[in-house]
Design a binder for this molecule. Structure first.
Ligand code: AMP
Length: 215
């Protein structure tokens, strides 16, 4: 399975990619996660990426494409991959084509996670991570028991640095301007599959499996 997950910030790409990774045993590769790790480790790349990420703008195509090229060359990606948050620009899509061409492989599908803007805002402004378990929660949508379980275990509900209202607005604008053109790009290549991505996580996952022919 070699797929790309497309969709706005908050569309649930990461959540669904992780479920697919667990079921299919192919790695979820998230450029956002790779960049956050670089920032946390204080590497040279992390230092460059930090302020760009905090503002909600995109890190340069050269940096993320080099990162992806290296990651796709690792052993666990040989059996397949789920790209989450890459490509995000037409230039990155062309870079990806070139890398896959060098490896002699192609994409099976580009999955568009389709979510309306009201739901996106609630998902992004409500998103939290439990500091003790790492579980992803949402103050608007998670069952109160799950939130209480984190707090009672002494955990804190952490918010991503770029999940504040200003950065969220910018990330959505950047998505509309730079990433949405990829929908047409992959449609023209007959790779696009759209998944209605509102509702319960399990329902969305069932629709995703159907669109991939796994159901
Ligand atoms: P994400 O976790 O996918 O929402 O990404 C968080 C931030 O990392 C984005 O707002 C960008 O600043 C940066 N980022 C992640 N993936 C990319 C990418 N493919 N191209 C450029 N910047 C990226």
């Amino acid at each position: 399975m070699r797929i790309v997950m497309l969709g706005a910030p908050g569309s649930g790409k990461g959540t669904q990619a992780k479920l697919l990774q667990a079921e299919r045993g192919v790695p979820q590769i998230s450029t956002g996660d790779l960049l956050r790790t670089a920032v946390a480790e204080g590497t040279e790349l992390g230092l460059v990426a930090k302020s760009v990420m905090e503002s909600g703008e995109l890190v340069s195509d050269e940096l993320v494409s080099a990162m992806i090229k290296e990651r796709l060359g690792e052993a666990d990606a040989a059996s397949g991959f789920i790209l989450d948050g890459y490509p995000r620009t037409l230039a990155q899509a062309e870079d990806l084509n070139a890398v896959l061409g060098e490896l002699g492989i192609g994409l099976d599908a580009a999955i568009l996670m389709d979510v309306g803007s009201d739901v996106l805002m609630k998902r992004l402004t409500g998103r939290r991570t439990c500091s003790t378990t790492g579980k992803l929660l949402n103050i608007h949508f998670s069952p109160p028991e799950e939130i209480d379980a984190c707090l009672e275990a002494g955990g804190e509900l952490l918010q991503r640095d770029d999940d504040n209202e200003e950065a969220i607005g910018n990330r959505l604008a950047v998505y509309a301007r730079q990433t949405e053109p990829l929908i047409e790009y992959y449609r023209r290549r007959s790779l696009l599959k759209s998944v209605a991505a509102e509702g319960a996580i399990e329902e969305i996952y069932a629709r995703l499996r159907t669109s991939l022919g796994l159901a």
